[in-house]
Design a protein around this ligand. Structure first.
Ligand code: 5GP
Ligand code: MN
Length: 347
């Protein structure tokens, strides 16, 4: 890490315009890693650093940016293209291949800037990047970025030297990606949390923003999800389909069903949870599993997606996979039962 980190530090020194990007429908880890990188590059290195996201952040995550501007590709494509044309160093955070930036994946791949990957997914497309920091043995892109920042010559393993907003953003992304320390926690994850706490991060305030700031709508939607849409199958899979009328009825905003897919895993017998949410022309699918069941392999083999071993995502395409939205439930039942029969190994 150290030698590569020094190479990166030299690239930062010589860059005049740095752009930081993350994946489509950014989550807490994407937002946190981007915000932390931008704050560090601006405040500690005096750089012109801009954040570009394929889609806007859900309102619930806006606090992570702490007032920093982002260029949102789905709202202002020309501003993104202009920025990329002027960029000489591109930070790619929390995704393993440019196509995960969906609407701007091709533009990122074609960008002439040096490209640096900081990511924790399996199988990074290393040929797309000039320098790769990639490991699955940590909680989050935020943890990897934290380790990298600790190696920077101006930080020298002193978290107190990070801008306060960067420290808070790193804590936030690590917290959401570990589901508040419920999964993907490694010794380094706790070390990072401890060092950030010692550096003055107010973790209670972050937890309040992430987990205790919901609207009543979400709670009502959660009740209906659990009582009317969740099906626990004899094979140990729980499936749920939420159609667009569900989102309309509860007036849900982007991100307000976050976490629903984790809930069925509370049941002892449930080893796989699949949630399909209707969007125009497709369903977006979230998968979560317990050890011994690979959510990732199901996402990549059946849902045009991927992700982590125990948390992954993808989509059901209409009409390629199913003829119409009403066929989604039966499709999930069939796919889940077959997958559990073929792949379920108890460890
Ligand atoms: P979520 O269910 O929270 O939307 O996604 C969980 C994880 O699955 C993400 O952190 C990401 O790693 C992965 N993921 C979600 N959607 C996709 C997708 O469309 N393609 C790929 N390759 N991975 C995805
Ligand atoms: Mn992540």
């Amino acid at each position: 890490m150290q030698e590569k980190a020094l190479t990166l530090s030299a690239w930062i020194d010589s860059a005049s315009s740095i752009t930081i990007v993350s994946h489509a429908r950014p989550d807490g880890d994407a937002a946190g890693s981007c915000a932390a990188a931008a704050a560090y590059l601006r405040e500690c290195r005096g750089k012109d650093a801009a954040i570009v996201l394929p889609d806007a952040l859900p309102e619930s995550l806006a606090f992570v940016m702490d007032g920093q501007d982002c260029i949102i590709a789905s709202e202002s494509r020309s501003a993104v293209l202009e920025r990329l044309a002027a960029t000489d160093l591109l930070f790619c955070l929390d995704f393993n291949t440019m196509s995960r930036a969906e609407g701007i994946g091709e533009e990122l791949a074609a960008c002439s800037a040096r490209k640096v990957l900081v990511d924790h997914h399996e199988a990074p497309a290393i040929q797309e990047f000039d320098l790769c920091f990639s490991s699955t043995q940590l909680s989050s892109a935020c943890e990897l970025l934290y380790n990298l920042l600790m190696e920077m010559p101006d930080i020298q393993h002193d978290a107190a030297k990070l801008p306060h907003s960067a420290a808070c953003a790193l804590m936030t992304g690590m917290t959401t990606d570990t589901n508040n320390f419920a999964n993907s926690v490694f010794p380094g994850t706790l070390r990072m949390a401890s060092e950030l706490l010692a550096a003055g991060v107010d973790r209670d305030a972050i937890i309040d923003r992430i987990y205790f700031s919901e609207r009543p709508n979400r709670l009502a939607a959660q009740g209906e999800f659990l009582s009317s849409h969740l099906n626990i199958l004899p094979c140990g899979a729980a499936i749920a389909v939420l159609t667009s009328d569900f989102f309309e009825r509860h007036a849900l905003k982007e991100g307000e069903t976050e976490g629903f897919v984790n809930m069925p895993l509370a049941v002892k017998e449930v080893r796989l949870s699949i949630l399909a949410r209707e969007e125009p022309g497709r369903f977006r699918v979230s998968l979560r599993s317990k050890r011994g069941v690979s959510a990732r392999s199901l996402a990549s083999s059946q849902f045009h997606g991927g992700g982590h071993e125990q948390a992954s995502g993808g989509k059901i395409l209409i009409p390629e996979d199913i003829a119409c939205p009403s066929a989604a439930k039966e499709y999930l039942e069939r796919v889940a039962a077959r997958f559990m029969q073929e792949n379920n190994t108890v460890d």
